[in-house]
Ligand binder design. Sequence first.
Ligand code: GLC
Ligand code: GLC
Length: 612
Amino acid sequence: MPDDKTLFDLRWNRSEADLLSSFRLLYGQTPEIETRLKALLLRHWKERPVELKALDLKRDLEPEWFLSEKMIGYVFYVDRFAGTFKGVAQHIPYLKSLGVTYVHFMPCLRPRPGNSDGGYSVMEYRAINPALGTTKDFENAATALRHEGMTVTVDLVLNHTAKEHEWAEKAKKGDRKYQDYYLMFDNPEEPAAYEKNLVEIFPNDAPGNFTFYPEFGKYVWTTFNEHQWDLNWANPEVFLEIVDIMLFLANKGVDCLRLDAVAFMWKRLGTNCQNLPEVHDILQALRAATRIAAPGVIHKAEAIVAPRDLVPYLGSGRHRGREANLAYHNNLMVQYWSSLATRDTRLMTHVLSTHFPSSFRNASWATYIRCHDDIGWAITDEDGAAIADLNAFEHRKFLADFYAGQFAGSFARGGIFQENPLTGDRRNSGSFASLAGLEAAQSEAEINAALDRILLGVSLMATFGGLPLLYMGDEIGLTNDYGFVNNLDHAHDNRWMHRPVMPWGKLTDVQQRILDGTRAIITRRKELPQLSAANPTLIVDSGNKAIFSFVREGDEGPLLAIFNFSELWENIPADFAREQGITAFEDALSGGKVAVEDGLLRLPPYCRMWLT
Ligand code: GLC
Ligand code: GLC
């Protein structure tokens, strides 16, 4: 058995070039800092628990473990799901019954008191939120999940800290070292010069990107909320601090680090300070650091940006296979809701086939239909122009109205999130079920239609290619929780309408049907190796605009996934399926035969089919 140091050296050699090539582009030649970085990695590796070291070896041997068709994600706020970390253990049977293999605890590190942006304003990275339990409770929950075959994801907020973080407190007191951890300016001119090209993330709640503090006479860069201070990633000391935190969390049993708001990590005057090339070097260097000192751990990037900017987070060009292992496919979410409202998949087919590669190296999507954030209608004017009779500006406006329930005949109920009067930009809040029509449904037929839309979405994310993420409560169709207005810390932020509390009582008939449908999709997914995220996804156009379809190429032969986005019966030529290599018209999802009449496949309203 090679000893600890030998293993470290092997892994250092494997990733040294990935680490240092990016690190030096960012920070130049800094031998002293590089020595400290290597020592930091070695220290954490030595401290890594034996059980996790064994897992590292296992994952070294199976580097595609997270791409497996067996992977199913479930995302929750610990307090809303189980009260505390101790409570999580009691709900493991439920997670298992859903087929979950990947659990994401929403922000669980110690937040600032009061409004903390749902925990994304972190005051202390090495402490668990005391409301949820102790570090020991966290470790116990992670271990219990691991022993049941589940992995653990936590958020690492690395674009900003809470203004109450100890670094920020020192900076406020005038400590130059820590002032350099943030982006602080003495006069208003520089911020104003940057501001010319910046967008506002929360224009209603937190207008502008800088905050002036009279107490210490400085302007601080605050992209998100006033209490969230952007870190200065041009300072290598910040890089070292975050690596230290990252590996601390890894050694507590975290399998996947969700890197929050990465698009914003580098700033350059005259740009919108999003998705700059340096961000990709930071992410490559962070990834290499984990691969050396905690090799079983993967990274997931959260960059909710336009398609062109999104793809590089999974590694392109010299970063291929070296950046994030997972990234949120926000565009799949956007296109699902867009097609559902219009019963027209042309934009979806165009965008998903034009801007996205069919596969990645050692990386894939986190697929989802709804999450804890708003839906931003990331549909570009150019993409709109590619579709006859579609104007992107008008379409974005329509979608915001439709999903706020403000468009005549809309089945959706939701809210408008952050209306920007300057750009006309409006995003939406709302739970999966409410946006899909369950809240507004009056008749049995409307309820059935809402259920079909939900299961259409679940089967889409389970098939598309990636790691599907279910957000707590969506599996039982929880509708909007309007009670958030009664909580002083939440009332200003209607994203809380789709962050409900789990009602552990007896399910209603409708909830049970959604749960059964979701479970059936998950069970079938796990039986079909074609659905591994390692296999490519090829979008194919059947010529019927209500239908979205793609092929998953596996060693077992192709799987043709077909989704009907309309509430009407639709047809596609059987020859279209044959051209994709489908010979028997059997649906691997339902187990049934698909009707073929006069050379046409007959597709029921909102159908989802997996032909093999
Ligand atoms: C991420 C989170 C979001 C939060 C923001 C700022 O986008 O998902 O909830 O508001 O980062 O930390
Ligand atoms: C995210 C995204 C933005 C999102 C917000 C939180 O990082 O960039 O689109 O809406 O933060 O909701």
